[in-house]
Design a protein around this ligand. Structure first.
Ligand SMILES: [Mg+2]
Length: 176
């Protein structure tokens, strides 16, 4: 089961992603979770650092597409601000949204990474599709009620992930 729940990489924030190293690995496209990955939950504001990150990623040859379980209006607002495509009501970890995001970017599974803060939606979904998976620490503790329940279920998995990082089985950041 852990095979499907463990990310390939665990970082504090999307801002910490080593883009050059991901590029060398062949990654060219990001399927981005929205709530608590790109913005705080249900907060429209995209922080300046995130704007700069998105710009830098684009310049370095990466595409991005938001895939969020949230509503159209909510996802559209942020996608427009970042000028990237989106899939709303994604129902992750189901596969359909991941296929649609890759279709929107024209990317293959081999060159696509999923980035998100939730193990049972983002990471499980990405692993089921055999995509590269990147877990980030949630931006803010304020969350949807259903998510708070999931966090309890995530706890023992996170503990095992941290043990795997110590054993060197997962990159916590790509160390040089
Ligand atoms: Mg999220």
């Amino acid at each position: 089961m852990d095979k499907y729940l463990f990310p390939d990489v665990y970082v504090e924030s999307i801002l910490d992603l080593p883009l050059e190293k991901l590029y060398v690995l062949g990654i060219r496209a990001f399927i981005l979770d929205l709530d608590n990955t790109v913005t705080e939950w249900n907060n429209r504001e995209v922080r300046e650092e995130v704007h700069l990150w998105a710009k830098k990623a684009k310049e370095e040859g990466f595409q991005a597409c938001i895939a969020s379980n949230n509503s159209r209006a909510r996802v559209l607002a942020v996608a427009e601000e970042l000028d990237i495509p989106f899939v709303h009501k994604a129902r992750k970890p189901r596969r359909r949204a991941f296929y649609r995001a890759m279709a929107a970017m024209g990317s293959s599974p081999q060159e696509t990474a999923v980035i998100g803060d939730q193990i049972f939606t983002d990471i499980l979904g990405g692993n089921r599709m055999n995509l590269f998976t990147i877990l980030v620490v949630p931006l803010h503790p304020r969350e949807f009620f259903g998510t708070r329940i999931m966090r309890k279920l995530e706890k023992p998995v996170l503990r095992r992930i941290k043990e795997a990082i110590k054993r060197g089985e997962i990159n916590s950041i790509f160390s040089d």
